[in-house]
Design a protein around this ligand. Structure first.
Ligand SMILES: *[C@@H]1O[C@H](CO)[C@@H](O)[C@H](O)[C@H]1NC(C)=O
Ligand SMILES: *[C@@H]1O[C@H](CO)[C@@H](O)[C@H](O)[C@H]1NC(C)=O
Length: 260
């Protein structure tokens, strides 16, 4: 709810900023955080959070085809769309510390090199409405992206499927993901925070308070200004409903007598 409001505000803001409103500029999405983007036209949200497995991985030590590598070398990839990870887990200060993608090169099945292939921080989102595909670029050390992941919306897929392009030295590593979570608003509801739910409950009870209050309270003018007091009939009927269920009905009758 709050996200949709935010997106409407955002698109109003951006259209008022640009002197020539351009419909082509309306396509694409704004990055909300490293794991989420919101459509510029306000049509929805894509969250990468639910895309991985229970540990957040989309691929873990997945073999990558590599040209021009020695025959006894093995190239493996680990990738997590939203959750930072470190590999190897028991070693501190490896190049793959708190990364999104890590490339592991093994020689003779013994020596392993861990190469940072992109972090979540500073990633860039591009959405193509025609292809229904969100491309996210992950950077490691310089301006050139190391990994570009193409998340394609596929509602037929029950879980995310990953395909890794052959590794080359000139180009970033491209990964294609077929996932129902790449569709607009498909997996965004799951990560509503407790705070958001609390705020929704709070605003609903505030609304209920004012609606009930305006029915039950009657404003009237007095010498000291406008006063609001409970509508007589509302509280009296509530009270009598309560007291009539209890055997002590005489009590109520006595009280009304003494008031008069
Ligand atoms: C989306 O993809 C299509 C097909 O590749 C391409 O022609 C079009 O220019 C892309 N749109 C954007 C906004 O990148
Ligand atoms: C999903 O399945 C339907 C029916 O089998 C098919 O027509 C459609 O092209 C599929 N969509 C994708 C994105 O594969």
């Amino acid at each position: 709810m709050s996200l949709l409001t935010l997106s409407v505000c955002f698109s109003l803001f951006s259209s008022s900023l640009s002197p020539h409103p351009n419909t082509a500029k309306k396509s694409g999405c704004f990055k909300v955080n490293d794991c989420k983007c919101i459509m510029k036209d306000g049509s929805g949200v894509i969250s990468l959070k639910a895309m991985g497995d229970v540990d957040g991985f989309l691929g873990r030590l997945k073999p990558v085809p590599a040209d021009g590598m020695p025959a006894d070398a093995e190239v493996l990839l680990s990738f997590s769309p939203c959750q930072h990870f470190s590999q190897p887990e028991d070693v501190t200060g490896s190049d793959c510390t708190n990364v999104a993608a890590c490339l592991i090169v093994r020689y003779h099945g013994l020596n392993s090199h861990y190469i940072n292939y992109g972090r979540h921080e500073g990633n860039e989102f591009h959405y193509n409405h025609t292809l229904k595909m969100l491309s996210v670029s992950y950077f490691a050390h310089d301006e050139r992206p190391m990994t570009v992941v193409h998340y394609h919306c596929n509602p037929n897929q029950s879980m995310s499927v990953i395909r890794v392009q052959s590794l080359s030295m000139e180009e970033p590593l491209h990964i294609w993901v077929e996932s129902p979570c790449a569709c607009l608003n498909a997996c965004a509801m799951g990560d509503l925070g407790l705070g958001t739910i609390f705020l929704i409950i709070l605003s609903l009870s505030a609304a209920a308070y004012f609606v009930l209050g305006s029915c039950a309270l009657r404003p009237f003018r007095s010498s000291s200004g406008v006063q609001i007091s409970p509508e007589h009939s509302v509280w009296c009927t509530t009270c009598s409903l309560c007291t009539e269920r209890r055997p002590a009905r005489r009590h109520y009758a006595d009280m009304t007598h003494s008031e008069q």
